[in-house]
Design a binder for this molecule. Structure first.
Ligand SMILES: [Zn+2]
Length: 489
């Protein structure tokens, strides 16, 4: 029996961190069947000059709704992403009550006729996903479902109902519990609520993944709270999109990383992720206090998508202010309070370039795009560019990471952390999620002004043994699966 697909003359960087080796790789029935010498394949690919490695894992995505709206997942697949973790920052598309709108600008996307993780996964599979998806259950959603958007602590009854939703998602294969504590309604919770909910992950050894309560002036206090939650719940901690936001705080990621190192040395279990850009992005209204508009912040904000005024998209707020003859404060107010103001997504330039490199050098740092799949505006370029930007800018051009180390973080280390079983290595028996790319040319192309652009240098992407992307063409093969925490099936 020939293999389905055989790669010849490739440099295999297997995801373990070991140096690349010249080898042939064969794929049969969705799995890697040989590494080293391989027999004939029904299809043979000559990969001379190319690297073959495991498919990349986007550890921080907001694609819950995208799996329904854009099942081809072109913006991720073209980067070499074969699996991702959705439901981040407390925003997950379950639990769900069909027909209910939970909050304006819910970045997990609109719900539909599912109710829980199992029925959401079934809905995704019906659409034919191009890549694999694993899910966190999100605090903001669970709280909105049970308590609504009220500014108050949960009652004992509500807390127990919320615990039930987290437990149910974990039973159905969620990888853990996520929070977004700067956002409504998660910001109204106290630490005890978080401990109670995160504790439901303990029987499954699931993770506590958090967009912390503060990423600027009170970064270190926020890390303390996150550690406390994970310790009390008895589970691992994953800090999302680690950063030190705002010019006066630049450089302080060193302090929070030192805290993480000391905690890990003392037996805690902490990992992190980062996106390789100096701007963040999210629903604008969530960052604005209309009683006290932060003008220093507003100076550095660009509009990504604005359904009421598409002409603002791609422009900085000071530029919009000048054109409209508004003050900067009025500009923020007008945009956020417009009829569809809660759907406005903004991009904020708040991160120092040097902090990105400090983050990437840290051995526990994984890569997550944090992309928001709102393709009708000008989404943050991280949606299309994250993985090739690591390989092009930070590996090849800046030498911040070796190729082997970068690939390890983006593959096996991510799979281990997020419980994606039998993935993340080029190893016989593992699922054949593979990327073939040219290490000399791979790079991101997406920019803030022209973001919806696929990268260059990615020659082929294989998902569960099937060629899903090849030479700039999406094959339309829908071989993605819904992944359940630490389950191989
Ligand atoms: Zn976040």
């Amino acid at each position: 029996m020939p293999a389905d697909l055989t790669f010849r003359n490739v440099t295999v960087v297997d995801g373990s961190g070991s140096p690349g080796v010249s080898a042939d790789v064969a794929v049969t029935d969705g799995r890697i069947s040989a590494v080293g010498e391989a027999g004939a394949g029904a299809r043979e690919v000559d990969g001379r000059g190319m690297v073959l490695c495991p498919g990349f894992v986007d550890t921080h995505s907001h694609d819950d709704g995208a799996f329904i709206r854009y099942p081809g997942m072109e913006f991720k697949l073209a980067q070499g992403v074969t699996s991702e973790v959705s439901g981040n920052c407390g925003f997950s598309t379950m639990p769900n009550e069909p027909g209910r709108t939970y909050m304006g600008g819910d970045i997990s996307g609109p719900g539909s006729n599912w109710t829980d993780l199992e029925s959401y996964f079934a809905a995704c599979m019906e659409r034919g996903p191009a890549i694999n998806n694993a899910m966190l259950v999100g605090h903001n959603r669970v709280r909105a479902h049970v308590v609504g958007l009220d500014k108050r602590l949960a009652s004992a009854g509500e807390l127990s109902e919320m615990r039930g939703h987290v437990a149910r998602a974990m039973e159905q294969g969620a990888v853990g519990f996520s929070t977004g504590l700067i956002y409504e309604p998660g910001r109204y919770s106290d630490t005890a609520e978080l401990v109670a909910l995160a504790s439901e992950c303990r029987p499954f050894a699931g993770l506590y993944a958090t967009h912390m309560r503060n990423e600027g002036d009170k970064l270190l206090e926020a890390v303390e709270e996150a550690r406390l939650v994970a310790r009390e719940a008895g589970i691992g901690l994953h800090i999302s999109h680690h950063k030190s936001a705002g010019k006066r705080n630049w450089g302080r990621v060193k302090d929070s990383l030192a805290m993480v190192d000391a905690a890990n040395a003392a037996g805690e279990d902490i990992t992190l992720d980062v996106y390789p850009y100096t701007a963040g992005s999210g629903p604008m209204w969530q960052y604005v206090n209309l009683d006290r508009i932060d003008l220093e912040w507003a100076e550095n904000v660009m509009i990504a998508s604005c359904p009421d005024s598409h002409e603002f998209e791609g422009k900085m707020l000071p530029e919009i202010a000048t054109r409209q003859e508004w003050s900067l404060e009025e500009t923020v107010r007008e945009i956020v309070t417009s009829p569809r103001g809660k759907e406005v997504i903004c991009i904020q330039f708040i991160i120092e370039e040097a902090d990105i490199e400090t983050n990437l050098r840290h051995p526990k740092m994984l890569i997550g795009s944090d992309g928001i799949p709102e393709l009708r505006g000008r989404p943050h370029p991280r949606l299309f560019g994250t993985m090739p930007r690591i390989l092009g800018r930070y590996v090849r051009e800046r030498g911040v990471l070796s190729l082997e180390e970068a690939i390890k973080r983006m593959t096996s280390q991510s799979c281990e952390r997020f419980g994606l079983a039998e993935r993340g290595l080029v190893k016989p028996g593992y699922w054949a999620d593979l990327v073939l790319f040219d290490p000399a040319t791979v790079r991101d192309v997406a920019t803030y002004q022209d973001p919806n652009q696929e990268p260059v240098g990615i020659a082929m992407v294989v998902v569960n043994g099937q060629v899903a992307y090849e030479d700039g063409r999406h094959t339309g093969v829908a071989a993605g699966r819904m992944l359940r925490y630490r389950r191989a099936d």
